[in-house]
Design a protein around this ligand. Structure first.
Ligand SMILES: [Zn+2]
Length: 299
């Protein structure tokens, strides 16, 4: 088994992160905790999105009050004025309240289940990631999941009330920030994965990632929907919420969304941007985004 490792996902929205994290979470030694921070915001009761009754992770190993203390401490130390003073003050407080320390929730999970050697944190929030890294009790590794900026832009304008140029400038800014962070990380601790390769060759990419994590690839990962998962939310929640808004039953959506939502949930190369976007749109995207896109190997 590999040493206790927390994998922090770096990715923009609509990059296929829900698929990637569930794929990895189907490994017998990996637990995917999903988008912890965003999940908690949308789901403060800390209820697992998949477990009907008692969840072995959320509400038990990571109790509601533990997580809310932990998130409150993160917010306190990382937002607003006097952050360095607040951090100093918190280091004293942490002696009394261990849940206010970075890494606390991961350590709880590692202690509770010896089988788990890798935890995936899909929060995709750099502040959160940097804060959690201030912890010496586990190894931190990083997966940077990238996708062609033309596809990301098309997804944003399809799903959000945004115009194309706003979508592209936001994406360029975010991807540059992610890339700057990623470039400074030690080589051995990071891996860049292209969404397009993941969905076209899950076998090969899965082996690359499990090698990176010092684990052996398991075929169960290819059919991840049959494995147990415990997350607070993420894009699944958003999709379920949308169904509920339509007055539809969302229970079938907890993995059966393959037909309903093409590309999310299955290894399917979603290239709708090629037909959705006109030539003008594509040149507008590339004017701002070509440089960062080419850094990730897209031409
Ligand atoms: Zn659960």
């Amino acid at each position: 088994l590999s040493e206790k490792t927390v994998v922090f996902l770096i990715a923009s929205g609509y990059s296929g992160s829900t698929l990637l994290t569930h794929f990895l979470g189907a490994h017998s030694n990996i637990l995917n905790l999903g988008e912890i921070l965003e999940g908690f915001k949308n789901n403060p009761d800390c209820k697992c999105a998949y477990c009907e009754k008692a969840c072995p992770v959320w509400g038990s190993v990571i109790s509601n009050s533990t997580l809310s203390n932990h998130v409150r401490s993160f917010n306190f130390q990382n937002t607003g004025k006097f952050r360095s003073i607040k951090r100093l003050a918190s280091s004293g407080y942490a002696v009394l309240s261990p849940s206010s320390k970075p890494g606390f929730i991961f350590n709880k999970v590692f202690e509770a289940d010896q089988e788990i050697s890798v935890i995936i944190d899909g929060s995709k929030n750099l502040k959160w990631t940097k804060w959690q890294m201030n912890n010496s009790s586990f190894k931190a590794k990083f997966i940077f999941l990238v996708r062609d900026i033309r596809a990301l832009s098309a997804s944003r304008i399809r799903k959000l009330p945004e115009n194309l140029s706003d979508a592209v400038s936001l994406l360029v800014r975010r991807l540059k920030t992610f890339n700057n962070f990623y470039e400074k990380l030690p080589e051995a601790d990071k891996i860049l994965i292209r969404y397009e390769e993941l969905v076209s060759n899950p076998d090969g990419i899965g082996k690359r990632i499990t090698d990176f994590l010092d684990l052996r690839f398991e075929n169960s990962m290819l059919d991840y929907s049959t494995s147990r998962h415990h997350i607070l939310g993420g894009s699944m929640t958003i999709m379920m919420k949308i169904k509920e808004q339509y007055g539809q039953d969302s229970s079938a959506y907890k993995f059966a969304g393959k037909e309903y939502y093409k590309g999310s949930g299955s290894f399917f190369l979603d290239e709708r941007w090629k037909t959705d976007l006109g030539e003008d749109d594509i040149s507008e995207i590339m004017e701002m985004g070509e440089q960062i896109n080419s850094k990730f190997g897209y031409t």
